[in-house]
Design a protein around this ligand. Structure first.
Ligand SMILES: [Zn+2]
Length: 117
C-alpha cells in the first residue's frame, strides 16, 4: 500500500498541459498531463493483466480532450482520481504511482507532444 512517504506535499497546475508535483523529500516533478494520461492505471487503458501479461489490448486512442484534465479528486489517503475532458474518470492514481511516474520521466516524455496521434 502507499506509504505517507509517497504522498506529495503539493500538486498544482503549472499551465493547461502541465502538472507540478512536489514531495516532502524534495522531489519536484513537472509532469505533462499527456504522460499522466498515458500512465492511467485503469483496466480500460492498461488492458487486463493476468500474471503480468496483457490479455486485453489497451483501447487507448486519441480522443479530443483526452489529455485535458478537468479535475483531480482526492481518494481518501490513497491517491487522486483524474477526470479528463473526454469523459474518462476511472483512473485512480495512487501516490506511489505518481511517484513512480515522476521518477521515471524520460527525455521523450517531455517532448511527446509532437508524436501525439
Ligand atoms: Zn484509464
Amino acid at each position: 500500500m502507499a506509504t505517507t512517504f509517497d504522498r506529495p506535499t503539493r500538486i498544482e497546475r503549472l499551465d493547461a498541459a502541465t502538472l507540478r508535483i512536489v514531495w516532502g523529500d524534495g522531489l519536484n516533478a513537472v509532469i505533462p498531463l499527456e504522460v499522466l494520461r498515458r500512465n492511467c492505471p485503469c483496466a480500460y487503458c492498461k488492458g487486463e493483466q493476468v500474471f503480468g501479461t496483457a490479455v486485453l489490448v489497451p483501447l487507448v486512442q486519441f480522443a479530443p480532450g483526452m489529455n485535458e484534465l478537468v479535475a483531480l479528486e482526492p481518494v481518501g489517503n490513497y491517491g487522486v482520481r483524474a477526470q479528463w475532458a473526454d469523459g474518462h474518470d476511472t483512473g485512480i492514481y495512487p501516490w506511489n504511482l505518481l511517484r513512480h511516474i515522476a521518477e521515471n520521466m524520460t527525455e521523450s516524455d517531455t517532448s511527446t507532444r509532437k508524436n501525439e496521434q
